[in-house]
Design a protein around this ligand. Structure first.
Ligand code: FES
Length: 195
């Protein structure tokens, strides 16, 4: 029991007694192994978060349907009659062509320096106004400084018989073989280099 000396109040003595009665609390510092566990756990969580964000990013469509970079759904009457002038689809920056070999969507930008070739009804071919490159109805190179034929977009056609066909990896035309087209989709996010 603490005795009260001169100059000490009863309250001071009581506080000293309480302090002496309380056990000393020791906080254990995390050791090296625990610290490494924390770092490891945080790294795993970060990696999982990044992977999930990446999956969501790629799952979301980048471009809305009907805008350049996305898919254009066209009514079958947009398809020109075989071996007639191509249909210009300016919002999609392509020409829909019914070449003798089949259907193609030709990117409307010249493969030389990026001008916009126009269809010449007189000469029945695409002609670039900038440096005179010329291309056939199916986009094949004819002459001029362009290094290759016109680039293409991937087309999917649906037919009245329930079948469908898609542009091959080389960007070749889709033959109709007498089938009636009921739906047309052009993917302007899928550019195929001309040859
Ligand atoms: Fe077309 Fe040069 S940009 S020929």
């Amino acid at each position: 029991m603490a005795s009260i000396t001169a100059g000490e109040s009863k309250a001071q003595v009581a506080a000293q007694s309480r302090a002496a009665a309380q056990p000393e609390v020791q906080v254990a510092a995390p050791n090296r192994r625990e610290f490494l566990y924390y770092i490891w756990g945080a790294s795993i969580a970060l990696l999982l978060g990044q992977s999930t964000a990446g999956l969501i990013w790629f799952a979301l469509p980048r471009f809305a349907e009907g805008t350049f970079g996305g898919v254009f759904s066209l009514a079958p009457d947009r398809l020109p009659l075989p071996a007639t002038a191509p249909a210009n689809v300016p919002e999609g920056r392509f020409h829909l062509a019914s070449a003798p070999q089949g259907v193609l969507a030709l990117y409307g930008v010249c493969t030389h320096l990026g001008c916009l070739p126009k269809w010449s009804e007189t000469n029945f071919r695409f002609e670039c106004p900038c440096h005179g490159s010329k291309f056939e109805l199916n986009g094949a190179y004819i002459e001029g400084p362009a290094p290759r034929g016109m680039d293409r977009f991937r087309v999917t056609l649906e037919f009245a018989d329930g079948t469908q066909a898609t542009t091959d990896a080389a960007g070749g035309p889709i033959p109709l073989d007498g089938r009636l087209v009921t739906a047309i989709r052009v993917d302007t996010g899928d550019l195929i280099r001309g040859t």
